[in-house]
Design a binder for this molecule. Structure first.
Ligand SMILES: Cc1cc2nc3c(=O)[nH]c(=O)nc-3n(C[C@H](O)[C@H](O)[C@H](O)COP(=O)(O)OP(=O)(O)OC[C@H]3O[C@@H](n4cnc5c(N)ncnc54)[C@H](O)[C@@H]3O)c2cc1C
Length: 431
C-alpha cells in the first residue's frame, strides 16, 4: 500500500488502511491498532508539504466521514464530520445562508487536516481557521471518544485546535459560522516600495489584504477583499473572463512558464517581469468563498513563516538578499498575508499579530538551498514555520518560538503517553 502527498515530495507505506464510516468504527479501529502496538495516523487530502501525515502504521482515511451533521440558524454553529473537504462545507453552508468568516487559498483540504496544521487566510483582524472551532469530538489512543469545548476538558480543547494530529483523531468539529456575505475584490498591481510604505494602512483598512511580490522585479500584485453591504448586489466576473484569467493565465500559462523557467532558469527574471505586467487590475464581487479561494493546478513545494507584522519589510529584504547572494532564479511570487493574534498554544499566530511570508519552488526544481537560506532569515525574526509547509526546525528551537510549547506537550503526554499518533515528523518537532 502506498500513499503520496499532493506535491509529490512525501510518500508512505502504511501497514494497513481503514476507512471508518462512523465514530464507533473509528474508535474500534484506533483501539485495536493501539493494543496491537501499531501507530495510527489520520490523513486528509494530503496537501501538507511536510511529512506530518506520513506513517508506517495504520492510516485512517476519513473520506467516509465527510457529512454535514447540523447547522443551527440561530447560533450559526455548524457541526461537520472531520473528513469533510472545505469545498463541501462551503457549499453546504451556502445552501443554508451561512459562511465561514475566512478561508485559505484553496478549499480542497479536509476540515480536520486544515485545522490540525493551523491553516489560515489573510486579514489583520481575523484569526486562522482554528479560531472558529467551538467544540470537537476526538478519538483518543485508548479508543475513548471525548467531547471537548471551552467547558469540557478545556486543556485538551485548547491544544487540539491546532493539534498536529498528535492528540487523537478528530471525528466531528463544531465551527462558528456567520451569515453568508459577499466580498468586493480589488486586485491591483503596485510597486513593492509603495506597498511597504503604505502597509499599515493597507493591512488595517481592508478586511482581507495580501500581496504577491514577483522576485527579480519590484512589482507586486495586491489583493483587497472587503465585505459588500448586504443590500448591494454582487457583480461576479463573467465566466469567460474568469476562465481566461484564473484558468488559462494563472494555471495554464503559469505552468508553461514554470516549465520554461525550469529548463532555462536564465529566462525566469524576464518571465516574472512579463507575468507581473500581465496581472492587470480587476474589480468584482462574489460570494465570500468564491472570492477567497483559487484553483491551484501547478504543483510546487512551499515554505511559509509567521513573523511579527512589523518585520515584513525586513523579511522581504532578507528573501531578496538570499536570491541575489545565491544567484537563484525563482519563478513563484512570494505571498504575504496577515492574521490576528490568537490564544491557541501551537498556532503560528499564538499571542502575536502575525504576517506570513510564503516562498515556493516549482515541482522538480531544487529548493533546499533557497528554503534553508530563507529559514535563516526568518530565524533572526523569531519566525514560526507553518506546520504543514517545509521547514528544518526541531523541537528545541520551536520551544523557544512558542511560549506555550510545553503546555501542548503536557496535554500530549496525558492523552497519548505511548506515542500512538506519533511519527518521525512529530518526534522531530515535538520531541
Ligand atoms: C496548493 C496548496 C495551497 C495551500 N494554501 C494554504 C493556505 O492558503 N493557508 C494555509 O495555512 N495553508 C495552506 N496550505 C497548506 C494546507 O492547508 C495544510 O497543509 C493542510 O493541513 C492540508 O489539509 P489536508 O486535508 O490535506 O491534510 P493532510 O495534509 O492530509 O494532513 C495534515 C495533518 O492533519 C492530520 N489529520 C488529518 N485528518 C485528521 C483527523 N481526522 N484527526 C486528526 N488529525 C488529522 C494529519 O495526520 C496530518 O498531521 C496549502 C497547501 C497546498 C498544497
Amino acid at each position: 500500500m502506498s500513499w503520496s502527498n499532493w506535491a509529490g515530495n512525501q510518500a508512505a507505506s502504511p501497514s494497513s488502511l481503514v476507512t471508518p464510516r462512523d465514530v464507533d468504527e473509528l474508535a474500534a479501529a484506533v483501539k485495536a491498532a493501539a493494543e496491537g502496538g501499531h501507530r495510527v495516523k489520520a490523513i486528509g487530502s494530503g496537501h501538507s508539504f511536510t511529512s506530518i501525515g506520513v506513517t508506517d502504521g495504520m492510516q485512517v482515511d476519513l473520506s467516509a466521514m465527510a457529512q454535514l451533521v447540523s447547522a443551527d440558524q440561530r447560533t450559526q454553529l455548524v457541526t461537520v464530520q472531520a473528513g469533510m473537504p472545505l469545498r463541501l462545507v462551503n457549499r453546504a453552508l451556502a445552501q443554508v445562508g451561512l459562511a465561514l468568516s475566512n478561508l485559505g487559498d484553496i478549499d480542497v483540504q479536509t476540515v480536520a487536516g486544515a485545522l490540525s496544521t493551523g491553516t489560515h487566510g489573510t486579514g489583520a483582524r481575523i484569526g486562522g481557521l482554528s479560531t472558529q472551532i467551538r467544540a470537537m469530538e476526538l478519538v483518543l489512543a485508548d479508543g475513548s471518544v471525548v467531547h471537548t469545548s471551552a467547558d469540557e476538558r478545556p486543556e485538551l480543547f485548547s491544544a487540539a485546535r491546532v493539534g498536529l494530529g498528535a492528540l487523537g483523531v478528530l471525528a466531528t468539529v463544531t465551527l462558528q459560522a456567520e451569515d453568508a456575505f459577499a466580498l468586493q475584490a480589488q486586485e491591483q498591481p503596485m510597486a513593492l516600495p509603495e506597498v511597504l510604505a503604505a502597509l499599515d494602512d493597507l493591512v488595517g483598512t481592508n478586511e482581507h489584504f495580501e500581496f504577491y511580490w514577483f522576485p527579480h522585479t519590484t512589482r507586486t500584485l495586491t489583493k483587497r477583499n472587503n465585505r459588500l453591504p448586504a443590500d448591494v448586489a454582487s457583480s461576479p466576473l463573467n465566466r469567460g473572463r474568469a476562465l481566461l484569467e484564473d484558468e488559462v493565465l494563472s494555471n495554464g500559462l503559469f505552468a508553461l512558464t514554470c516549465r520554461l523557467g525550469r529548463a532555462w532558469p536564465a529566462l525566469i527574471p524576464g518571465i516574472n517581469n512579463v507575468a507581473a505586467q500581465l496581472m492587470g487590475a480587476r474589480d468584482y464581487s462574489d460570494a465570500s468563498h468564491r472570492v477567497l479561494v483559487s484553483r491551484r493546478r501547478v504543483r510546487f513545494v512551499e515554505m511559509e513563516y509567521a513573523v511579527p507584522v512589523a518585520a515584513v519589510g525586513e523579511a522581504l529584504a532578507g528573501i531578496e538578499r538570499v536570491i541575489v547572494k545565491q544567484d537563484l532564479r525563482v519563478s513563484f511570487p512570494v505571498e504575504v498575508r496577515f492574521a490576528a493574534a490568537d490564544d491557541i498554544p501551537l498556532s503560528t499566530a499564538s499571542g502575536r499579530d502575525t504576517a506570513y511570508l510564503a516562498v515556493h519552488m516549482f515541482r522538480g526544481q531544487p529548493y533546499e538551498r533557497y528554503f534553508r537560506a530563507v529559514e535563516s532569515v526568518m530565524n533572526a525574526l523569531d519566525g514560526r514555520p507553518h506546520w504543514g509547509k517545509l521547514h528544518y526546525l526541531e523541537a528545541d528551537t520551536l520551544r523557544q518560538r512558542y511560549p506555550r510549547f510545553d503546555e501542548f506537550r503536557a496535554v500530549r503526554n496525558a492523552v497519548d503517553p505511548d506515542g500512538c499518533f506519533s511519527n518521525d515528523y512529530l518526534e522531530r518537532v515535538l520531541g
